[in-house]
Design a protein around this ligand. Structure first.
Ligand code: CP
Ligand code: NVA
Length: 304
């Protein structure tokens, strides 16, 4: 799933269905929609939420999952990405992939005959972003015109959030240290896909967070950037989301974080564990959004 290829209407339909599923489902089903279907999961990086929420989502829809550790299957190492995609397409009905290079996902998409879902790459985390906007909708009752401030690195999570925001009318702004803004290739793709939608960023977190409806942060060093962690801790220190920064946002602003979090680094404990934090329902929403997505991608013909 590439969020750049999703239409605003499709994004809204998926969110509506996610919320229906969370509230107990719209209509009773005689048979689970994905009975007898299989989901493959290939993870080259660690995971708690994504792995479990995908497996739980597929199980709730009546299907079963097969988890493959990246090292064991060696995509592009033990065999070519194309062979991997063509073989696996015969065994499972969809594949969720967590990988480093985003190009691996694109190559899988080219060669597979089943839906490939990005479960996080170095460039994007689309299911996270859709669960995040679902969380804003759940607690704010609207998305159009809501201001979302992401404080931290212009990373995979920030990029997908910027795209999801543009699809749904959320006003997104990134607050990052100089040099950690969105990369030029992303900016170009964003401008081509959303002409007229500004991709705002600032080096001043206080200015960016002013009057925000939601403040979001993520780790300063993502998976694969462990060697940069010490350097990044110094650079990003002024970008911690603490009580003073939250006070710049609206009084009823939500605090969001994709988790896992590093208390005392990108977020102060008092904020993460405080009354404005919605990180636990946000994590729950991963499962409901992915149920809606998998039902749409795999189960369309099966719906009763
Ligand atoms: N938020 C998220 O994707 O968490 P995991 O890395 O634990 O899957
Ligand atoms: N930006 C983080 C997100 C983890 C869910 C990473 O890629 O490690």
């Amino acid at each position: 799933m590439d969020l750049f290829d999703v239409s605003s209407e499709e994004a809204r339909t998926l969110l509506t269905r996610s919320i229906e599923l969370k509230s107990g489902g719209a209509e009773p089903r005689r048979t689970p929609p994905l009975l007898g279907r299989s989901l493959g999961l290939v993870f080259e990086k660690p995971s708690l939420r994504t792995r479990v929420s995908f497996e739980a989502a597929f199980a709730r829809l009546g299907g079963s999952s097969i988890f493959l550790r990246g090292k064991d299957v060696g995509i592009g190492v033990r065999e070519s990405v194309a062979d991997f995609a063509r073989v696996l397409s015969q065994y499972v009905d969809a594949l969720a992939v967590r990988t480093f290079a985003h190009a691996t996902i694109e190559e899988l998409v080219r060669h597979a005959s089943i839906p490939i879902v990005n479960a996080l790459s170095d460039d994007a985390h689309p299911c996270q972003a859709m669960a995040d906007v679902m969380t804003i909708l759940e607690f704010k009752d609207r998305l159009e015109g809501v201001k979302l401030c992401f404080v931290g690195d212009g990373n995979n999570v920030a990029r997908s959030l910027a795209v999801a925001s543009a699809l749904l009318g959320v006003e997104f702004v990134l607050a990052c240290p100089p040099g950690y803004d969105f990369p030029p290739a992303f900016k170009t793709r964003f401008a081509d896909r959303f002409p007229g939608v500004p991709l705002r960023s600032s080096n001043d977190p206080r200015e960016a967070a002013a009057d925000a409806d939601a403040v979001y942060t993520d780790v300063w060093a993502s998976m694969g950037q462990e060697s940069e962690a010490d350097h990044r801790r110094e650079i990003f220190a002024p970008y911690q989301v603490d009580e003073k920064l939250m006070a710049r946002a609206l009084p009823d602003a939500l605090f969001l974080h994709c988790l896992p979090a590093h208390r005392g680094e990108e977020v102060a404990s008092g904020v993460l564990d405080g009354p404005q934090s919605r990180v636990i329902p946000q994590a729950a929403n991963r499962m409901y959004f992915q149920m809606a997505l998998l039902e749409w991608l795999v189960g369309g013909a099966n719906r009763e």
